[in-house]
Design a protein around this ligand. Sequence first.
Ligand SMILES: [Zn+2]
Length: 303
Amino acid sequence: MSFDVTILGTGSAIPTVKRGTTSHYVNCQQRHILIDCGEGTQLQMRKFKIKFQQIDIILISHLHGDHIFGLPGLLSTMQLLGREHKLKIIGPTGIKRLLKVQFEEVGTSKLFPIEIEEIEEDTTALIFEDKCIEISTFPLKHRIQTQGYKIQEKLGKRRLLKDEFDRTGISVAYINKLLSGEDVIDNEGRSLKYKEVTLPPKPPKSYAFCSDTAFHLPILESIENVDLLYHEATFLDHESDRAATTFHSTAKQAATIALKANAKRLVLGHFSARYKSAKNHQTEAQTIFENTFIPKDGEKYVV
Ligand SMILES: [Zn+2]
């Protein structure tokens, strides 16, 4: 089963030809999740071949325009394309009112079913769970309420060693028991230990999204040991004062969070339009955390 993240926009505040505003598409075990929806997200989805109607859940970090101005347009397109199945939207306090006013004022009387869940300020909680994945949220430190998210696989079943199992001659009817970690004895009295024909489950993977935020150590407990960490890095080190006053982070601060969280890989983003390239962001971050990546719009990372 796949778990990958496509970074649809790597810029901050102002969309440019090279960098769209924030939006990430996550496919975790065939659950299709969009995180944030800045202006232009629809076009980025088209460009990078993400199907609109397969999105099940949209997570919104905060209500600044570069993270949400694409949402009314995307919902409108889903409606125009005939969507009938439910969409879940989870975001900070105020998101319900924002969308309600939007659709009332433009005279859209009826949309497909949308379930909106508001997260109260300072919430750390599990907010979604099914048999394969879990999504949790935690507060970031920004000028308005901002939530980070972690998407995590659940521990799967053991894996069958098919050739070894076939050699035993035992009926396939026993496979489920063996995969559940039970030894079996078949009708003919033959016994088989589950460890002889199965491997332990694959370790579950996780992805955390942290944007927008000032350098904020309390997030560490929510993102510890994450496999792939996205952390905003709006500024370079020489603008750390500006980062602090605008409640954003520098590349070095993002790298420090990755190091302290014991993340396996770090992806930076939300680059200020003042920087032509993000090469220096990578150089600065790598002085602290070697495994740092700089995405282009549309780049996909396998978790
Ligand atoms: Zn913001």
